[in-house]
Write a new protein. Structure first.
Ligand SMILES: [Zn+2]
Ligand SMILES: [Zn+2]
Length: 347
């Protein structure tokens, strides 16, 4: 099969590899029918994910059809159309029991697919802990509608959930990249009084204005004054930082009102400063980390009910054998790209 592979820093290559085999009774083999490229794939390519193993097949955003299951798999069967979760987790350890699946204690726990074990920019993928990592796609929900459920949409959903948004809140979302927009869609489900999106790129700001006319849009230079004049208590009640730029962490807590919640979803390239003397008396609550991707069934239900639609994010489509071109466009943000759907190889 074709498998897009991490060779070394700066280099991915399409290789022919054998179709993966089940290694454990809890494994499933999934034929990938649609995948995508994530910014995290670029982080691997650029060498900024030290735990990524050279030689592994990359890709952790995908949907597909179950081809084969081990004897311990009970929730899916061959022929089922499924979403694949970016995180593998056992469902049994202390952290899984509490829903903190990102910190699952299993050796494959957390983000392993397409990082430490072979991922899904390939024709087939082996999914460990398939009962936890696969969710059946309801009839009537297309592959494209379900494509982002296991990664960026799970992240947006988790971010909105832990931010404890109430109907009285002004919510500021910093960053309108793919994950920022998924976060926006999930924050909208909480019906806060107001949502403000701060985005530097004019093209992305236009996308938000065009698709979500009820959302206020500002840019980093004007964000603080905009939020002050568009909120009741001198700042946002909830700030969700999804941008991860050099100055956006500072912007996040500065734009927050006293006693606000600041949720940091972003992954930074560099350490950030928490200047406690400057924020003394502001009494902020910070929440940080990586997605606990355990809400996929609920997200799929919301998609089936028409309450979440991420299909506008798909701006480009390429077959697997032309993924190189897709990476070029995604990496260089050419041609108004937001997300690229990778379809099955052309025959
Ligand atoms: Zn990702
Ligand atoms: Zn676990």
């Amino acid at each position: 099969m074709l498998a897009y592979t991490y060779i070394e820093k700066g280099r991915f290559l399409m290789l022919e590899k054998p179709v993966p085999e089940l290694k454990d009774p809890c494994d499933a083999l999934v034929r990938v029918t649609l995948g995508s490229i994530c910014t995290s794939d670029l982080h691997i390519k650029h060498g900024s994910v030290p735990r990524a193993v050279p030689g592994i097949t990359v890709g952790h955003e995908m949907v597909g059809i179950v081809e084969q299951v081990g004897s311990g798999v009970t929730t899916v069967k061959p022929g089922d159309r499924v979403t694949v979760n970016v995180e593998t987790f056992c469902g049994e350890c202390f952290f899984c029991q509490k829903g903190y699946v990102n910190n699952c204690e299993d050796p494959d726990g957390g983000w392993a697919l397409g990082c430490r074990i072979d991922g899904g920019q390939a024709e087939y993928v082996r999914v460990p802990h398939a009962d936890q990592g696969l969710n059946r796609i309801p009839d009537g929900v297309t592959d494209e509608q379900a494509l982002f459920v296991g990664d960026i949409l799970a992240t947006g959903f988790w971010a909105a959930r832990i931010s404890e948004i109430t109907p009285d809140d002004t919510v500021l979302i910093i960053g309108a990249g793919p994950t920022g927009i998924c976060t926006l869609l999930c924050a909208m489900l909480k019906h806060p009084r107001r949502i403000i999106v701060c985005e530097k790129s004019e093209q992305r700001a236009r996308f938000v204005r065009a698709h979500y006319p009820d959302v206020e849009v500002t840019d980093p230079d004007n964000c603080l004054s905009f939020v002050k004049s568009h909120s009741e208590h001198g700042g946002a009640d909830v700030v969700i930082e999804v941008a991860g730029a050099d100055d956006t962490f500072r912007l996040a807590w500065e734009a927050a009102r006293p006693n606000a919640t600041v949720t940091v979803v972003a992954l930074y390239d560099r350490p950030q400063v928490l200047p406690l003397p400057d924020m003394y008396g502001k009494n902020l609550t910070f929440k940080t980390g990586g997605v606990d991707g355990c809400d996929c069934a609920e997200i799929l239900r919301l998609i089936a009910e028409g309450k979440i639609d991420t299909t506008p994010l798909i701006t480009h489509r390429f077959p697997l054998d032309r993924i190189e071109e897709a990476y070029h466009i995604f990496e260089n943000r050419l041609d108004g790209v937001i997300k690229i759907a990778i379809t099955e190889r052309s025959r």
